[in-house]
Design a protein around this ligand. Structure first.
Ligand SMILES: [Zn+2]
Length: 386
């Protein structure tokens, strides 16, 4: 059997780092502490002291390399997944920004066409259009509305098994019926771009929402309503221990204290780091678009982040998983194992992946090697060098 022996590495496990050799046979991790000679048929790589971690899993990505998934072409899908793979993302969840319903259906079809060329994809994430106009962020208000039965049936007809996540605002009409339909078709639900108070959010967690999309961004917390101080989506996520959250850890969207607070309350196994990356991620451009390449979607890139042209809101990030790794450790002050866990094991659990996200015998051999500057150097996908 073919394989890869990675010698002299620092293996990053759940709560520790140890010097060792990792053996991959076929597409699986065969031995996490291999001591023997290079087996026949295996190539041997000297890691020269680099860290060996599981491949990164990014559950919220709009684009990169000059393309956006909303371009709805196989070319876009291939370029985006490639640029993120080079930066360590071995599992990616393409994310749709709120758009016309026809466009969303088209995106589902292009996803199907792109699957053979994009092995890192794991289902679609629809961010909207069932979100609150009050927390629209960079989403276009004209597309936002409450769910209805006709669209629900069309989404499930075209996207069953492909749509894995939906970000929605539970305060909208008909949300409970919508949630029931989606949950019974293995689509997970996440609160995001929502103005909900904590009672609405906590109730939504009871009937099936399980996650919060980019916590702190378009998810308000404590505020005064009719003179009464009310908790919001953020505190609801903190009050329910089962709920997972994601943060845009690009060093811009989430401040250090905000991220530290989330990790302190929820723990690294309930907080995933995501890029929420836009079209310009992985490029050096200063202007780009959120979603379709039309004038009204223009965004500017300055200070390492994408903003609406009037600077009223961040529009998303230009990060890659490699940047999140570096920011997690150097900017946010997280430990290496915790940062890696939040990029691998935690998002794997959120997606329900049982054989990815850990350096463990029998797991899929998606591996990232990174150096002392926390830069990704080598990527192995499904047992093959990228
Ligand atoms: Zn997004």
């Amino acid at each position: 059997m073919n394989g890869i022996l990675i010698k002299n590495g620092k293996i990053v496990r759940e709560n520790a780092i140890y010097a060792g050799n990792l053996l991959i046979r076929g597409n699986k991790i065969a031995d996490t502490d291999y001591r023997g000679e290079t087996p026949t048929g295996c190539i041997c790589i000297d890691a020269c002291g680099k860290y060996i971690a599981p491949g990164f899993i990014d559950i919220h990505v709009h684009g990169g390399g000059g393309y956006d998934f909303m371009d709805c072409t196989v070319e876009a899908f291939t370029h985006i997944t490639d640029i993120h793979l080079k930066n360590g993302t071995t599992t990616i969840v393409p994310t749709a920004v709120s758009s016309s319903f026809e466009n969303i259906l088209k995106l589902i079809e292009v996803y199907k066409e792109s699957q053979p060329a994009c092995p890192t994809m794991y289902g679609l994430h629809l961010e909207g259009p069932y979100i609150s106009p009050n927390q629209k962020g960079a989403h276009k208000e004209k597309y936002l509305h409450s769910p209805n039965r006709e669209e629900t049936e069309k989404l499930l007809g075209a996207g069953k098994g492909i749509i894995k996540r939906i970000t929605a605002a539970p305060e909208l009409d008909h949300m409970r019926e919508f949630a029931e339909s989606m949950l019974s078709n293995d689509v997970s639900l996440s609160i995001g771009h929502s103005d909900a108070t904590s009672d609405i959010a906590l109730e939504a967690f009871e009937y099936g929402f399980s996650h919060v999309t980019h916590l702190y961004s378009a998810t308000p917390g404590v505020r005064k309503i009719n003179q009464v101080v009310k908790a919001g989506v953020i505190e609801a996520a903190y009050l329910n221990d089962k709920i997972t959250v994601e943060l845009i850890a690009d060093g811009k969207h989430a401040a250090q204290d905000a991220l530290k607070l989330a990790v302190k309350i929820k723990g690294a196994d309930k907080v995933a780091l995501v890029t929420d990356a836009l079209r310009p991620a992985g490029t050096n451009v200063t202007e780009s678009w959120l979603g379709e390449k039309i004038p009204e979607n223009r965004v500017i890139i300055e200070d390492g982040v994408a903003k609406l042209p009037d600077r009223s809101s961040f529009a998303g990030s230009v990060a890659t998983s490699s940047m999140l790794l570096e920011k997690g450790i150097t900017h946010y002050g997280l430990s290496i194992p915790d940062t890696v866990k939040m990029l691998t094991e935690t998002p794997a659990k959120i997606l329900g992946l049982k054989d990815k996200g850990r350096i463990k015998e029998g797991y899929i051999a998606d591996i990232v090697l990174f150096n002392e500057k926390f830069e990704v150097c080598d990527v192995i996908l499904n047992g093959e060098m990228v």
